[in-house]
Design a protein. Sequence first.
Length: 144
Amino acid sequence: MRINTVKEKWDRGDVTFGAWLSIPSSFSAEVMAHQGFDWVCIDMQHGVIDYQVALTMLQAIGATETIPIVRVPWNEPGIIGKVLDAGAMGVIIPMVNSVEEAKQAVAACRYFPQGSRSFGPTRAATTREVTTSAGRTNRSRASR
């Protein structure tokens, strides 16, 4: 299984450095992922990136050691699950304005019994080991 090195660094209290992608281009994602950042974030909220392009960007970033993160458009379980299934190793969820909304965001990232995400890793299953063990898979995500 690919190790989420960003989450490991955060768990130790280390600082990480990343880049932000708002141009819908797998080539720009690939170039940025080769620059030595800890993480690269695909911005689906304010950029002009839709799911189909985000998928190709995740493919490009996935060929490097850089951790792919996606900022989804809103706190909605469907798109959160889709980007995680496509290979995002972390998500930034905007518009979380209450404890209840924060609980919903976390639940969308985690499998039962810690969350409500359904199992269907699509692309992630072809690029790294995926397990149906909820505990193991839940811990691999960057959900802070």
